[in-house]
Design a protein around this ligand. Sequence first.
Ligand code: FAD
Length: 354
Amino acid sequence: MTSPSPQKKKKIAIVGLGVAGSYLLNRLGRDHEVMGYEMQKEGEFQAVCAWGTSKNELSKIMKLLGIDFEKYILFNGKKMVVDLGQKKPARKIPLIGLVTYDKHQLELDLTAGRNAKFGVKATPSLLKDEAYDMIIDCTGLHRSFLPRIKEDLWIPCVEYKVSYGNENNGDVRLPKDDFYIRPFEGLAGYLWSFPLEKGSAFVGAGDYRKRHNAALDEFNTENPGKIVKKIGRPIRISPPKYCEPFFLGNVVGCGESIGTVFPLLGEGIIPSLQCAQLLCENLDDLPRYREAVLKKFEYFNYVYDIIKLKFEGKFSMVRHLPLMLKTYKAMKKMEDRFGLEVRMADFKEIVSTY
Ligand SMILES: Cc1cc2nc3c(=O)[nH]c(=O)nc-3n(C[C@H](O)[C@H](O)[C@H](O)COP(=O)(O)OP(=O)(O)OC[C@H]3O[C@@H](n4cnc5c(N)ncnc54)[C@H](O)[C@@H]3O)c2cc1C
């Protein structure tokens, strides 16, 4: 990373210190005059997410900042079980780098030693007298500094951190000992259980048709554990194509605020970091940033189209095979980045079952 010449040094506000914002605070804070704003209080900061990601890609991204990602890993997955209900045997997808990691700690470490105000909900009027050259909207779902999106599709989600340790004999038995997901009818979302550090897991669910709370209650009744915390927020699944404008005046969006969430899985950590990288590379040329984001996440559009067709009950495996093939081919090329083996048979079976 090269230092910009002195005349290019900018005064930048980064609003929202989640995945994208904490990365940008760390990286841009090296060469520019940067201030971060996060509405959550420092000690109570929650990284609402299931903390699942591909260690291959995260290691590469963090290495460039001099951070060893391996030390944040909580659980290394071997297989992802996709529960297809009573009708069919579960699919077992081999994993090649999918992990859970301490996302909370990594975000805190990225902001350590940088200028940041926690417990401050930034608004355009709050920042208007600060004369920032650039305000980066990393507020995720909130998108507090940019105009509303016309086609804003989001999935409500709830998640529990559950501990399964037996306090009497110290025995630990996770009901699902590896990555586990159970899609909802119409591919409108899924229930998940992702192992964390020894004896605990994130058990959550998100569903466009709002069946997630009932499904979670049922899972937790069948698989009792100690609920350590309950968190949640919706996930935006409209891809960047539908989240324009990306920039307006001195504001530019980055991360989930401009739709960088893979619609099939609600997976936004890696895409939001990739988006932050693109912004750093194009800080002086926002039209080029826009082009780069649209190109990088073009494959989200096919997936989104499949999801929308499923939601509307209009999906046909025969008619929409070209969309399936485009999605499969794009994902297949990125197995490392997804951290799992991408197989057409799994994809077809899941989409046709649900
Ligand atoms: C329940 C759940 C589970 C998920 N699981 C996964 C997963 O396992 N793997 C994966 O890859 N993705 C997952 N995601 C998606 C992923 O977490 C997000 O897409 C990703 O965090 C987006 O990063 P971001 O930086 O754009 O926004 P966020 O990480 O959401 O950060 C936005 C930040 O902005 C702050 N903020 C908002 N408004 C303001 C304001 N006005 N002023 C100051 N601060 C503000 C918020 O407090 C927050 O800290 C999950 C999402 C949810 C909701």
